[in-house]
Design a protein around this ligand. Structure first.
Ligand code: CTP
Ligand code: MG
Length: 187
């Protein structure tokens, strides 16, 4: 489907494909989380630096899962590869395989840092920030480490799709994780 000369379907396929290594880490962290918190229990101005919701185990597992997924996507990608007729983006460069999931986890941590500074307790919602924190950081690290690939992959239509679709995907997956008892809050 073309809108103003933009193949919307292809933009959605590229957006989801390219962002998958950033989408998966948060969900894997929920499954793997627990154990020692990254801030070691330390506080700043009476509030935890990050809180008990950011653990070493969850973070390492999340980054590893995102990287393995990126490798898997690269394995099924190739020159002129397409799915459902939509052309796939160029394979993830080696640095991006790490930058994407690491950025996602750092963005999520940055949000927790901001939540604690603004008096929000663990699990409190921070609308807007909760849905896009990981996207912003993942894209920032990725564009710094592989500017050429980032510009080629995240065209304006693709970026637009990412910003519109990500909050929706985030809400749906977190709602599902809440309903099956994996998460304490539906956001
Ligand atoms: N988690 C983790 N390590 C991370 C991110 C998440 O262990 N880096 C796990 C924690 O068990 C956390 C759960 O995933 O409780 C849900 O993640 P999230 O909603 O990001 O954390 P919250 O507990 O809601 O804490 P915060 O208010 O700081 O976001
Ligand atoms: Mg939360």
């Amino acid at each position: 489907m073309d809108i103003l000369g933009v193949d919307v379907f292809e933009a959605v396929v590229v957006a989801v494909w390219a962002m998958l290594p950033a989408y998966v880490p948060n969900n894997v962290a929920v499954l793997a989380g627990g154990g020692a918190p990254i801030d070691g229990g330390r506080t700043w101005n009476g509030e935890r630096i990050l809180g008990d919701g950011k653990t070493w185990r969850g973070t390492v597992a999340g980054v590893a899962a995102g990287a393995v997924l990126a490798l898997g996507l690269n394995a099924i990608n190739g020159p002129n590869a397409s799915i459902f007729g939509a052309r796939l983006p160029d394979p993830f460069p080696a640095v991006v395989i790490v930058a994407m999931p690491l950025g996602a986890m750092l963005g999520d941590m940055g949000a927790s840092f901001l939540k604690r500074r603004t008096g929000r307790q663990r699990g409190a919602a921070f609308p807007g920030v909760d849905q896009l924190d990981f996207v912003v950081m993942a894209l920032l690290l990725t564009s710094l480490s592989a500017p050429g690939w980032t510009l080629r992959t995240f065209t304006l239509p693709v970026l637009t799709v990412v910003v519109v679709v990500t909050p929706f995907l985030h809400l749906v997956t977190n709602m599902a994780a809440y309903m099956v008892g994996l998460k304490n809050e539906p956001w």
